[in-house]
Each structure stands twice: as structure tokens, then as C-alpha cells.
Design a protein around this ligand. Structure first.
Ligand SMILES: Nc1ncnc2c1ncn2[C@@H]1O[C@H](COP(=O)(O)OP(=O)(O)OP(=O)(O)O)[C@@H](O)[C@H]1O
Length: 631
């Protein structure tokens, strides 16, 4: 199959047409796709194999909007995910993009495919224009700022979103959210687009306008494939081709216009004035007592020439089609200026939709995070306020214990409590929030907005300072209230240890959040923090059973805590003030000796904390890469 070449244009609101490029059309063919998953059967307490797709084949053509239909659980999303390369677990078979074979089990965007998921996770605190501009900056490296701006406005106009340009994404309606999700991907003008249930949750008018839009995009030469549950007759008319699944088998594959005649050929006659889509779903759900395997075979042999004179669909009202980008261009191409502009663009047609470089991506993502943070600073304020409140409470409970020889154990508990606090806040804030971020990251990464490295840097560049500021606000206040030594070396070392340990816990939080489902992460995080905290606080190394000593050595909590205690009582601190008759720990050295902290290797312990932090971030990056690339 030779890819056709289409010339497209999208018109801006100001009649200033920026021609889009000659774009190869994509024909997608798939053969013998199977999908088998291992499912845990609780009653039998074992895994069993479930075949979700059974040898399905078909072809999706450019210039058409194809609907994958079928009853719930028929395998629509599974097929869409495999075809898009979005999730290919358990898949087998062959997929051909313009005749070039790609293994179905390989997870990657097929032929630059874009995938729009059912849950359009948007960056809620950006306006529509900001979100689009930032996406354009990431995706369109070779466009000038002016061209990008023009293109953003053109696409917003095309999708009927011009009026919402300054609206925050969180305030958009369901239909507008879906259209914005499509708008993001149109920036790079993909030839192949997959949409998972784009109309779910929309009312009939929003669904109609979205399907009309998809139809007009398909007319521009794109191959559009969408899973659709049960379209109304009005929506169904806007669909060009239907691929119907029934329990993992193909029931019907062909033009929408041939559906009813094909069903008739298998003895399944759609009642007059009945929505053909509803009828198809009733057949696929087994409401008619027919052998569906035989019916599917008969329909597969049906030749479209047998279509009746169209009377079967004459009762369906016609929706006026949106002007397609092709139509728009054909009229505007008359302008010489436009042709010149197009020729100029054609020179670098192959690279025009090049993703930005890594440094630029980092910069754009940092700016995006900065914008979102400034709009949603309450979260940051709550976090700092919580640390300040705890500092005041601890400061009040342990007031002045740091300078008093009789209160050394009280101060020891304050130091332990401080360490525990920063470890928990550092870890849990990201352990729980990162899984929410995963979904949106998965979508943007799959659709090639950016690389993983810049994304991680941009996230850490916001989270690290947040946690540092929170820790500093806690330490400064509580350390002062507890009257611990204010000598610069001791105070700085204490602060540095607390911050470093908190950041290490945060790195653990990222690792747990990126590798475990939230339900498991909520207890794995605290359990690990608790386990590590035991070593070094209540349990000296000599008292630790041999089989657990490795935990003592790798515990970042122990390392940080020992340095913190040493910074307060070590470095030959002189005798302390004793307001009682007898103070056992009047010499700080006695206390350190009894706590098995007399010889703390400051450098070694700090190195352990820092290396663990780096290691956990590296493991998080590796885990994320694996999850995003091996789907
Ligand atoms: N990861 C999985 N492990 C085991 N079974 C799965 C998995 N994902 C999907 N399935 C099963 O595969 C079948 C098809 O699922 P799929 O989501 O593709 O159906 P669908 O046609 O899109 O359904 P719906 O319209 O309800 O979304 C279902 O029975 C589902 O339980």
C-alpha cells in the first residue's frame, strides 16, 4: 500500500491561514490479534488464563472515522490499546501500518499514533490557552513563537474552544475537556488517532458535536478510531466504518452504510425506525437467538454491492458536516501568499513536528510547574503551616530541654520525634500524590510531549524546595524553643541532617509511589519508615540479631538520627547545666556512650543518606521508564 499524501490546513479565526503540511495518510491493518490475560480466581486460589481477543483481524482506512463497538466487556478497549501500542500485555498478532509490519506485543506509538484516553486528565490549574501553548512549545520545536501562537488559536477555533481560552481547565465542561484533549494532540497533526470512549459522560448535544468534529478531522485525511458504547442514530450517521466485537470475536467489520444489509444477509433484520447501532448492540449482546459465529461469517462474506438503494437509512436525519480542514484549505489555497508559505514549510516537512530538545523541555516543564504551583499555593502553605504548628507543639512540650542535663532523655525523644516527622511528611506527601500524577504522565509521555528526564527534573525542582522549606521552618522554630545549642557548626549540621534525611525519605516515597498502587503504598510507606526508625533509636547494633544487622547499616533513618544526636551532644560538648541534685548525663559524652553513639562517622552517615537518596531517585526513574515503555 502506498501512503497517500494529503495537504491540510486549519483556518484561524482571523482568516490568516497557516498551511499544515503534506501528511502521509495511514492505513492500519491488523491480523490475527489475540490477547490472553492471567486472572486470579479467588475461589480457586489460582491464576487462570482468560482470552479477551480471539484472532480478530480488520483494516482501518484513512479519511474515515471508525467506531469500535460491542457490549461491555467485549474487548473494545483492549483492542484499541493494542492497536495504539498503548498497552499490549498478553497480545499476539500482526499490525501493519501502511503495509509495514509491527509486532502487536510491542508497546510503542504506531506510526506516530496519538491516544486520547477516556479520563482526560488535564492540568487543572492552567488556562486552556496556557495548556495549549505549553503543549505547543513542547511539541513544535521548529515553529517560531508567533507560528505556535497562531496554531494554538487556529486549533482552538477549529474545536470551538476559542471562547474558553482564558478559562482554567478545571472549570471546563465534560465536552470541552474532551475537545481540549483532542486539541492537544492536533498540535502535531497526527495521521492516526485513537480515542477511548470519547462520548462517555457527555450529553447528547456534546456527544453530537464531538463526533461531528471527529468526523471532520477524519475527512482531513486522518485515520480516526474510537471506541463508542451505544451511539444514538444521529451520532451513528457520522461514523464511516464500524468494527463490532462480541466476546472477543469480530461480529462485523465494514462500512457503516453496509451494516444493516450485512445483518440482513445473515437473517438479522433491523426493525424499521430502529437505531441501527442499537440493533447491532442487541445482536452482539445475544438478544436474538442466532449463532453469532455463523452470522459473523456470513456478514464477512457480504459484498457491499448488495446494499439496497439506501432506503433502510432514509429515516435518519442528516447532520450538517463541519467544514473539514481539507475544505477550508481548498478555498484558501487560492491565495498566492498561502501557497508560498506552504512551500516554505514543506522544506522541513519531515521534521516540522519535532519535539523540543531536552534542555528546552526541562525549562518548559519547570515553567508549567511554576504556573501550576502559583495557582495552587494553598497546598504548599498548608504543608509549611503544619510543620510550623508541630514545631510550636513540640517546642512547648519540650521547652528548654536541650540545655538541661536532667532532660537529656526528653531532648533525645524530641530529636527522634523531629526525625520521624520529617521522614513521614517527606515520604507520604509524594507516596500518595504521585500515583495520581502517573495517569497524566502516562498519557503525555505516550503522546510524545516530552522525555522522562526533563519531567523528573521539573517535578523534583518543585518538590525538593517545598520539602526543604517545610523542614527548615520546623527546625528553626523547634530547635530554638527546645534551647538546643545555637553554635553555628552544631545548628547547621543538625539542620543539614534533618533536611537530607527528609529528602531521602521523599526519594523513597517517589519510589514507592511509582511502583505500587496507592492502596498498598499507604501502608508500605509508613511500615518501612517505622522499620528503619527502630534501628539506631531503641536498638543498639550489639543488641541487634545478626540476621537484621544489614538493616542497621542501610537505614538512612539511623544514619541521619545518629548525626543529629551527635551534632547536639558530640564534638566534645562541655558539661551541661544541672538544675537537680544529680544529673546522670551531666557530661554529654556519657549519654553518647550509653546510646552507642560515641563514635559516629559523620561523613559516612551523611554519605549513606545522600547515596540512598540518589539511588532511590535512580530506581524511581528506572521504574517509571519501565512502566511507561513496557506496557
Ligand atoms: N488486566 C486485565 N486482567 C484481566 N482481565 C482483564 C484485564 N483487562 C481487561 N480484562 C477483561 O477483558 C475483558 C474486556 O475488557 P475491555 O475493557 O477491553 O472491554 P470493553 O469492551 O472495553 O468494556 P467496556 O465497554 O465496559 O469498557 C473484560 O472481561 C475484562 O474483565
Amino acid at each position: 500500500m502506498t501512503p497517500g499524501v494529503e495537504e491540510l490546513s486549519i483556518m484561524g479565526g482571523n482568516n490568516n491561514v497557516v498551511p499544515l503540511l503534506p501528511r502521509a495518510t495511514v492505513e492500519l491493518e491488523f491480523r490475527n490479534i489475540e490477547c490472553t490475560m492471567n486472572m486470579f480466581v479467588p475461589n480457586k486460589l489460582r491464576f487462570e488464563q482468560k482470552q479477551i481477543l480471539k484472532n480478530v483481524s480488520g483494516t482501518f482506512k484513512p479519511g474515515q472515522l471508525t467506531a469500535i463497538m460491542g457490549p461491555s466487556g467485549a474487548g473494545k478497549t483492549t483492542l484499541l490499546n493494542i492497536l495504539a501500542g498503548y498497552s499490549t500485555r498478553g497480545a499476539k498478532g500482526e499490525i501493519f501500518i501502511n503495509g509495514v509490519c509491527a509486532c502487536a506485543s510491542k508497546s510503542s506509538g504506531r506510526g506516530g499514533a496519538r491516544y486520547i484516553r477516556q479520563h482526560d486528565d488535564l492540568r487543572e490549574h492552567l488556562t486552556v490557552y496556557e495548556a495549549m501553548s505549553l503543549a505547543a512549545a513542547l511539541k513544535l520545536a521548529d515553529f517560531t513563537a508567533h507560528e505556535r501562537k497562531e496554531k494554538v488559536y487556529e486549533i482552538l477555533a477549529l474545536l470551538g474552544l476559542s471562547g474558553t481560552a482564558q478559562t482554567l481547565c478545571r472549570d471546563l465542561s465534560g465536552g470541552q475537556r474532551r475537545r481540549l484533549a483532542v486539541a492537544f494532540e492536533l498540535l502535531s497533526d497526527p495521521s492516526l488517532m485513537f480515542l477511548d470512549e470519547p462520548t462517555t459522560g457527555l450529553d447528547s448535544s456534546a456527544s453530537a458535536s464531538l463526533i461531528a468534529l471527529l468526523n471532520s478531522l477524519a475527512r482531513g485525511g486522518r485515520t480516526l478510531i474510537a471506541t463508542i458504547h451505544q451511539p444514538s442514530a444521529l451520532l451513528f450517521e457520522k461514523i464511516d466504518a464500524v468494527y463490532c466485537l462480541q466476546s472477543g470475536n469480530t461480529l462485523y467489520s465494514g462500512p457503516r452504510a453496509s451494516l444493516i444489509p450485512a445483518l440482513s444477509s445473515a437473517g438479522l433484520n433491523c426493525p424499521p425506525y430502529h437505531n441501527p447501532a442499537d440493533f447491532l448492540m442487541e445482536v452482539a449482546s445475544g438478544e436474538y437467538e442466532v449463532d453469532l459465529v455463523k452470522s459473523a461469517q456470513t456478514m464477512a462474506q457480504f459484498k457491499p454491492t448488495a446494499i439496497a438503494n439506501g432506503s433502510w437509512e432514509s429515516h435518519i436525519p442528516t447532520i450538517p458536516a463541519l467544514p473539514s480542514p481539507m475544505d477550508i484549505m481548498s478555498s484558501d489555497l487560492k491565495s498566492k501568499q498561502t501557497v508560498a508559505k506552504m512551500k516554505q514549510k514543506q522544506k522541513f516537512a519531515k521534521n516540522i513536528y519535532r519535539q523540543s530538545g531536552l534542555l528546552r523541555q526541562t525549562w518548559i516543564l519547570l515553567y508549567r510547574n511554576y504556573l501550576m504551583t502559583t495557582r495552587n499555593y494553598s497546598l504548599f502553605m498548608y504543608r509549611v503551616a503544619a510543620h510550623v504548628v508541630i514545631a510550636l507543639i513540640f517546642g512547648y512540650l519540650y521547652l528548654g530541654v536541650g540545655s538541661e542535663a536532667g532532660s537529656v532523655l526528653g531532648n533525645y525523644v524530641y530529636l527522634y520525634g523531629s526525625m520521624l516527622l520529617v521522614v513521614y511528611t517527606g515520604k507520604m506527601s509524594v507516596t500518595l500524590s504521585f500515583p495520581l500524577e502517573m495517569d497524566i504522565l502516562r498519557g503525555e509521555y505516550f503522546n510524545r510531549w516530552y522525555n522522562l528526564g526533563p519531567y523528573i527534573v521539573s517535578i523534583l525542582a518543585v518538590e525538593l524546595p517545598f520539602q526543604m522549606i517545610s523542614c527548615v521552618s520546623y527546625v528553626v522554630l523547634s530547635y530554638w524553643l527546645t534551647d538546643n545549642p545555637l553554635e553555628p557548626t552544631r545548628a547547621t549540621l543538625f539542620l543539614a541532617t534533618i533536611v537530607a534525611t527528609s529528602l531521602c525519605a521523599q526519594a523513597w516515597g517517589y519510589f514507592i509511589g511509582s511502583t505500587t498502587p496507592t492502596r498498598i503504598a499507604v501502608f508500605i510507606g509508613p511500615v518501612l519508615a517505622c522499620l528503619f526508625s527502630v534501628f539506631g533509636f531503641c536498638l543498639a547494633l550489639v543488641d541487634t540479631p545478626y540476621q537484621f544487622r544489614w538493616l542497621h547499616h542501610i537505614s538512612y533513618f539511623r544514619a541521619g538520627f545518629h548525626v543529629a544526636v551527635h551534632s547536639v551532644y558530640g564534638f566534645n560538648r562541655t558539661r551541661m547545666h544541672c538544675s537537680k541534685e544529680y544529673c546522670h548525663y551531666i557530661t554529654p559524652k556519657t549519654f553518647l556512650k550509653e546510646m552507642d553513639m560515641e563514635n559516629v562517622d559523620i561523613g559516612g552517615n551523611m554519605a549513606l543518606v545522600i547515596c540512598t537518596t540518589v539511588l532511590m531517585h535512580a530506581l524511581t526513574a528506572a521504574a517509571l521508564w519501565y512502566r511507561l515503555n513496557k506496557r
